[in-house]
Design a protein around this ligand. Structure first.
Ligand code: SAM
Ligand code: DTB
Ligand code: SF4
Length: 322
């Protein structure tokens, strides 16, 4: 099944895809995946929290929100040299994309932003795809990041517009979409996806996939996160996300956005090799490597080496396009 690149998927069509018998869904997603990608290739990305904790937002899942009492300690923005050094270590360990995250509501035009621009230049010079996730951006800030060599910007929709209001009150869905516009207009590649396990209904998942697939262009990458429930956050007691739900999200994203990199993101620590293999069969083709995401644990290098060997996967080269 080779699907066209369509930005006019309806909610009904997406719902039909999502609710297909699961093995048929995985098979169809795998077929689309093979038509658009080398299914043995998986992009390896590394995340680094360059500014941790103390965030003024109230995202109900996030350990870095200042208002929740979690074990995360507030740190200042890291020095640029330390970040570039960490990128080099990640590159030597096989990562081709380096994503820098800051616990900010939005970027401000100050010395910290100048330092982030310096980091972007430094990491870009290493030949890695540089990505940032810094909160809301204006058009001018997006342009400055582009000039510094930024390749991609991560800004998740997280869930449906309806459910968003129950999880975050300090900004709107519209704010999120506006930043995505600014990023796309600056010709920076868009990375946007969501989290499952926030108490949302299936309808909310479909709505989020609908919004992503109806953007003027599909995001270049779509992270699918399973909630990592962190003690002290309002979501601490949420039930573990079932692998079948992860598979349905990944496969549906793959079918409706065939060219996107679909990233199996947060939640891998709670999945075994077999479960992750199913995610790759369902069309996931990117992961975060390294023993930490931003503040929570992730499988370490050794277990990922075993994963790649066991499944005969190979890392995708940087800047590859089809
Ligand atoms: N502050 C910026 C923002 O919110 O856009 C960037 C950093 S923020 C930590 C990046 C993303 O991490 C969020 O949009 C959310 O999707 C994800 N995230 C945060 N906490 C999470 C958790 N406990 N489990 C899964 N994903 C999480
Ligand atoms: C994304 O979608 N997932 C990553 C990245 N983009 C920035 C973040 C996951 C964070 C998980 C919670 C933490 O480690 O603090
Ligand atoms: Fe702040 Fe981002 Fe965490 Fe929300 S998700 S509290 S904006 S760091």
């Amino acid at each position: 099944m080779v699907t066209d690149i369509r930005t006019d998927w309806t909610r009904e069509e997406i719902s039909e895809v999502y609710n297909m018998p699961v093995l048929e869904l995985i098979h169809q997603a795998g077929t689309v995946h093979r038509a658009y990608h080398d299914a043995q290739e998986v992009q390896v990305c590394t995340l680094l929290s360059i500014k941790t904790g103390g965030c003024p937002e109230d995202c109900g899942y996030c350990p870095q929100a200042a208002r929740y009492h979690t074990e995360v300690t507030v740190e200042k923005l890291l020095p640029a040299e330390q970040v570039i050094e960490a990128a080099l270590v990640a590159k030597d360990a096989g990562s081709t994309r380096f994503c820098m995250g800051a616990a900010w509501r939005e970027v401000r035009d100050n010395g910290d932003f100048d330092r982030v621009l310096e980091m972007v230049k430094g990491v870009c010079n290493l030949g890695m795809e540089v990505c940032c996730t810094l909160g809301m951006l204006t058009a001018e800030q997006a342009e400055k990041l582009k000039q510094a060599g930024l390749y991609a910007y991560n800004h998740n929709l997280d869930t449906s517009e309806d459910h968003y209001k129950k999880i975050i009150t300090t900004r709107t869905y519209h704010d999120r979409l506006k930043t995505l516009d600014n990023v796309r207009d600056a010709k920076i590649s868009v990375c946007s996806g969501g989290i499952i396990g926030l108490g949302e209904a299936v309808k909310d998942r479909i709505d989020m996939l609908y919004t992503l697939s109806s953007l003027p262009e599909h995001p270049e990458s779509v992270p699918v996160n399973a909630l990592v429930p962190v003690p002290g956050t309002p979501m601490e007691d949420q039930e573990k996300v079932s692998v079948w739900d992860m598979l349905r999200m990944i496969a549906t994203a793959r079918i409706i956005m065939p060219k996107a990199m679909v990233r199996l993101s947060a939640g891998r620590v709670r999945m075994n090799i077999e479960e992750q293999a199913l995610c790759f069969l369902a069309g996931a083709n990117s992961i975060f490597a390294g023993d930490k995401l931003l503040t929570t644990p992730n499988p370490g290098i050794e277990s990922d080496q075993e994963l790649f060997q066991r499944l005969d996967l190979k890392p995708r080269p940087a800047y590859k396009s089809f």
